[in-house]
Write a protein that binds this ligand. Structure first.
Ligand SMILES: O=C(O)C1=C[C@@H](OP(=O)(O)O)[C@@H](O)[C@H](O)C1
Ligand SMILES: C=C(OP(=O)(O)O)C(=O)O
Length: 425
């Protein structure tokens, strides 16, 4: 699908989409619980739908009830010997240790960008927990055979926090007096989100300094009601759109959230945007934007909106944490450099730093998402201050995390056109 976004001032109000990070975790916790969980404000992006299907194949009953989703489970009791995690990195890394709680052989698959993302962690770690595991040279498909037996273990957290999220969630259902020790953990706030959600489902982990995670007496996940928070990762694009091209009010964003990407507020402030943060509403208005420095090592998904922001800031913005981007849906350091380069914005990658030369003028261009939702969204935001429209190829990539994105962008006043998009022009 091609989407064309035209330059222009924006002004409007919108409600943030549900967080896929929170939704996927809630689906996993509901599967691990006995009884009925009701998820309010459920996410329905492709990653969330994949999580629901995985939970269903692993034994849960899923029912859509008006605006909610009901998940009834009796723990992990697979109906099938294979699961498919779609394109979700979190999905596969979280559900693999959970599926390994069962004692049958299971094949774990995915598609698109997920087939090229590293999974060798599991081959190194799962056998230490009594799980047979093989991959195709560190990539999908994964073949596992549990049951996983928790014990004290040390893992490397430098590639991704998602493997730890999976182990924590699985340990939560069966562990007794066991400790996971992690070295060099990245994306720490995502682990805070995991621990917070586990606690909401009745499982408490004693963590120290994000290095050790201790499970004391055996605990059980408790089914209940859960409301999915608004998504800071998706909303970051709308907030940046407002900072560069007008004014927007975004509802259902919790400033007390554990989500890492609420850090977009710090970057906007550094860049000089005008902001009025409330408890659940953020208002951002265009200001005189200047280059800024920001460390995105622990919030890597902010790189694409930060680049769209930096392209509009006078001077050279320095964003740290580029090494975190190599194994996302695309190699995001490179794809940002390529696609923003087409729009006349120079980006240099220097070791772990990204330098964005902003304020030089954004040019209308024909860009490609590289099947990466966050690249498509970043280009759409950059289009708002370009000299001519920007056409985005393979723009349907947004469905992975934020199917409502173009509709929301239009709601805050942007001119968005597409033959295939079901939005009013
Ligand atoms: O746990 C999560 O929900 C996520 C963790 C992050 O991954 P890393 O831990 O690999 O940085 C992030 O990039 C991803 O989009 C979602
Ligand atoms: C990298 C992302 O997700 P995941 O790793 O879960 O596929 C993302 O949403 O940008």
């Amino acid at each position: 699908m091609q989407v064309i976004v035209s330059p222009g001032e924006i002004k409007g109000t919108v409600t943030a989409n549900p967080s896929k990070s929170a939704m996927q975790r809630a689906v996993a916790a509901a599967l691990l619980s006995k009884g009925k969980t009701v998820i309010h404000n459920p996410g329905l992006s492709n990653d969330c739908l994949a999580a629901l299907e995985v939970a269903e194949n692993l034994g849960a009953k899923i029912k859509r009830e008006a605006e909610d989703i009901e998940i009834t489970s009796n723990g992990v009791k697979p109906f099938y010997d294979s699961i498919n995690c779609g394109e979700s990195g979190l999905g596969i890394r979280m559900f693999t240790p959970i599926a390994a709680l069962a004692d049958i052989a299971i094949t774990i698959e995915g598609h698109g960008s997920l087939t090229t993302r590293p999974m060798d962690f599991f081959e190194a770690v799962l056998p230490q927990l009594g799980v047979e595991c093989s991959t195709r040279q560190g990539k999908l498909p994964l073949h596992i055979k549990g049951p996983l037996q928790p014990k004290n273990i040390t893992i490397d957290g430098s590639l991704s926090s998602q493997f730890l999220t999976g182990l924590l969630m699985a340990f939560g259902a069966v562990a007794e007096d066991a400790t996971i020790t992690v070295t060099d953990l990245k994306s720490k706030p995502y682990i805070a989100l995991t621990l917070q959600l586990m606690e909401q489902f009745g499982v408490k982990v004693e963590q120290h300094n994000f290095e050790t995670f201790h499970f004391g007496k055996k605990q059980t996940y408790r089914a209940g009601e859960y409301t999915v928070e608004g998504d800071w990762s998706g909303a970051a694009f709308l907030l940046v759109a407002a900072a560069v091209a007008g004014k927007a009010e975004v509802h259902h964003l919790n400033t007390q959230s554990a989500q890492s990407d609420k850090a977009i507020l710090e970057a906007l402030e550094k860049a000089g945007a005008h902001m009025l943060p409330g408890v659940f509403t953020i208002i951002v208005e265009k200001g005189k934007l200047e280059a800024f420095e920001f460390d995105a090592t622990d919030c890597p998904d902010l790189f694409p909106p930060l680049v769209a922001l930096a392209a509009n800031c006078k001077g050279t913005t320095k964003i740290k944490g580029v090494s975190r981007l190599a194994h996302k849906e695309s190699d995001r350091g490179i794809t940002l450099q390529q696609e923003f380069g087409k729009m006349g914005i120079r980006i240099d990658l220097q070791g772990d730093d990204m330098l964005v030369y902003g304020g030089t003028g954004i040019k209308g261009a024909h860009v490609h998402s590289h099947n990466d939702h966050r690249i498509a969204m970043a280009c759409a935001v950059a289009a708002l201050t370009a000299d001519k429209p920007v056409s985005i190829e393979n723009a349907e990539a947004i469905n992975k995390s934020y199917p409502e994105f173009f509709e929301h962008l239009q709601k805050i006043g942007a001119a968005v056109r597409s033959e295939e998009l079901k939005i009013k022009n």
